[in-house]
Design a binder for this molecule. Sequence first.
Ligand code: SF4
Ligand code: SF4
Length: 466
Amino acid sequence: VNLRSFEQAQLVGSPFIATNEKNMGGLPDRTDDPTEEIIDDLVSGRLPGVLILDPIKAGVVAAETAIKVHPIRKGKSGVPDEQGCIDMAYNCNGCGNCQRNCPNDLDLVEGVRLAKEGDFSVLSDLFDYCLGCARCEVDCMKEVSPLTLLMHAGRERIRNETFNVRVGRGPIQDTEIRNVGAPIVLGEIPGIVAIIGCASYGKEIQELYKMAEEFLIRNYIVVVSGCAAMDIGLVKDDEGKTLYDRYPGDFDRGGLVNVGSCVANPHITGAACKVANIFARRPLRGNFEEIADYILNRVGAVGVAWGAMSQKAASIAAGANGLGIPAVVGPHAAEYRRMFIGRSDDDDTWKVFNARDGTPDQLVGPAPEHLLTTAESIEQAICLVAKLAIRPADNSKGRMIKLSHWIDLERKYKGIDLPNDLEKYIRVEADIPINMKEEVHEYLKQKNWQPRDIVDPTLLKRLCRT
Ligand code: SF4
Ligand code: SF4
């Protein structure tokens, strides 16, 4: 809950409607009053805000008030004009509290110092790297808001920020799942890459774009939501096209699917559940364990939460883990102190039943190697995503496709010949990518590699057919 929402709304002359009893802001409870009366009070300014605990009524009041108040508050801004910003900067004593609080350690002290002289160039350079978190304001004893000064410095960019984003489409249709279920489970569509989280600033927006483009080119299905969906729309290629202009919105190979806001993320995990339900007829209701077993062993879906790591993104990633979907998170995520790292050196942790005949202790790992892990750079994240999309149930054609992308990405971004644990992912001769046969054979010989059976993997004994 942002406890400053009401204060911020007042700064820009926006009526405020509190709808949550945990954050009522001392506002009068108008839940039982007639809708028209509430709207009149808000639009006229008689009341700066109200509490409405009936969500339907709050929605009606919000929509109608917004339309009526628009011409009145048009042009109002919470950011002072140039002289107002200079005056604010003049209060700064250079103590550095703001910079110490800033998660990106932006050079605010120098930026504010120059702003006193009307020079906003440093703050303008910092604008793209600001997360908008407002931590810099909290401990300023001189009532300076470096964030406000940054907004002033970046005002032209804010004004001119236009871009295309594909409309959030909600759930993946059952018909789409029917078309792609088999190639996903067999590994012939190399994976589903779900990019979530808040990139929030320039460098990381470029990184998300790079990741999405890399996997789209390779015919993965890329699913995006929330800020990530908007952020990748900000980047254009040399022809002025965004990824949305270049790739279709179907849930199919090479498709870029925007499911909607970040609360639409369950549509992504929902798609994986639907594969288990529609393609393998696993019942959905009360059947969490079998669904997760199916996804973990067969559906090459991987989540990526990049950028400013909110608690929400961290919990979405952990929620995906519970359904058998691994997630790669950015360096900011380390602060949440939660990882699920696999022990690829311990064969005992990678044994499953072969559902065909109930044989236990079948080594299938390490795939997926981790459930929740961090990457320090986008290059490392891209390689990890390709690796984590590998699943025990891949058929040889699918495994070959996945391995060839993984190896290719490791070569491109890490400059190595072959990953140093490649032998663990090759079960039989036919898994080896055709165009790399010779060198992989040589590598396997050095590692004393032995073929092993491709099984029908499950962690649940009751799912074995005999
Ligand atoms: S915390 Fe306030 S007074 Fe201290 S350097 Fe930052 S803006 Fe200036
Ligand atoms: S709002 Fe921007 S400048 Fe202020 S602390 Fe957050 S990231 Fe740093």
